[in-house]
Write a protein that binds this ligand. Sequence first.
Ligand SMILES: [Zn+2]
Length: 259
Amino acid sequence: MSLPTEETLRCALAAAARALHARGWAANHDGNATARLGDGRLLCTPTAMSKAEVQPETLLVLDADGAVLSGSRRPMGELHLHRAAYAARPDIGVVLHSHPPHLCAFACAGIALPHPFLAEAVVSLGAEVPWVPAAAPGDTALDAGLQAALQKADVVVLGGHGLLTVGGSPEQALLRMELVEHLARIAWLALPMGGVKPLAEALVASLSAKGRPASVPSFGEAPTAGASKPADPWRAAELPAARPDPRQVVVDALRRFGG
Ligand SMILES: [Zn+2]
C-alpha cells in the first residue's frame, strides 16, 4: 500500500471538496476539507469559496499551528474542529465537514439519528453515530466533545449544525459522509410509516464485534513522472470497481459470528 504524494492528495482532496457541493451538502461557502501532510502540515480548503470552485492549486498549506505557509487566501473558521480531530486520531489523514440536508434536519431538530437500523451501516460505521452538542464560538467544549466522540466513531453529528467525518483518504471520509446522509434520508422517509425500527442488540453486537474498518491512508497509486493529473475519483464512471458489495460484507460477518 503506497502513501499518496502531495499532488495526488491535492487532487483527491479538491475533488472531495467539489463533491460536497455537487451532492448538495455545502451551499454558499459551507463545508470544508483538510488532509494531513508530513511534519504536522495540513492541506486546507480556503474560506469564502464555494466548494464547487476548489481546485488542487487553490488549497492552502498550513503549519502545525494553523498559520498559512502557502496559498493566497485564509483558512476557514471551523479549522479548530479539524485540528482537534487530528490531535485525537493519529491514524486519520483527512477530515471533512458539511451540512447534508437530511442529516442536518435531525441535527437541527435536536433529534438523534436512529442508528443502528441498517445492518450494512453497522459494519461500515460501527454501532454508534455520536452526537456533540452545539457550543458557542470559542467554547472549547465542542472540540473536547468531538475528540471524545472520535474515540468511538469516524462520523460525528454536530448538534444544530452538521456532520464531520474522518478517514485515511478523501475517498474514505466522503464515503462515510455519504452513508450517514443516506441513513438520515431513509430515517426521514420512514417517519410517516412510524419510523425505522432499531436492529436487535444481538445482531448489532455480532456485526460490530470486529470493530470499525481502519482508516486506510492510501489513495490509489502515486502518478508516474510525465503522467496526466489523477482522474477525478468522484465521477461515477471512474469510481473504483473493486468496492466490496455491502450485502456480501454483512453475509460474511453473519457467517463468521454464527448469526
Ligand atoms: Zn459548518
